[in-house]
Design a binder for this molecule. Sequence first.
Ligand code: GDP
Length: 175
Amino acid sequence: TIMAEDVLPCVKILVIGNGSVGKSSMIRRFCKGAYNENYKKTIGVEYLEKEVEIDGYGDVRLMLWDTAGQEEFDEITREYYKDTDAVVLAFSTDDRPSFETVKSWCSKIKTICADVSMVLVQNKIDLIQQAAVSSQEAEALARDLRMRLFRVSVKESLNVEEVFTYLAQKQLEKE
Ligand code: GDP
């Protein structure tokens, strides 16, 4: 019923990282089960939601936000970064600069969203042949930033669900 839906706990999750690392693909894969190599995103903020069942807690509504080409932290960005419960910080296996920007993404997020759960996602692990980041480097960075590392391929539907359910679980444990 509508009543039952209204009382679902909601978790607001932001997916951040450099352009083209696969942020909107990841959200679409998780919420719609779809993957499209040539998808053209709209300008602005992308938003999708999905209900999932979390062990020990029941149904939860995940609200997923993607910066959609708006990688700069302007006032608008700040506005919707508020009230964020959890953050997915993504970089891409074949994109060195996206990996090297992770630390600055991390500190920026911490200035806006205090006390947020964050995970590090290495996307496009299917592109191992073109890897610009070694697994040791990725692990070292995750250790450094005290973040859990998930190796993901949105394309091959590998580990996507795990990322979001992990963050939902973390958030529910906090409340
Ligand atoms: P965003 O700018 O971070 O939102 O990135 P997009 O979701 O638009 O993805 C950028 C490009 O990377 C698109 O062409 C996607 O199809 C592609 N892509 C996303 N995830 C993967 C993946 O896991 N593997 C590969 N090979 N390509 C991916």
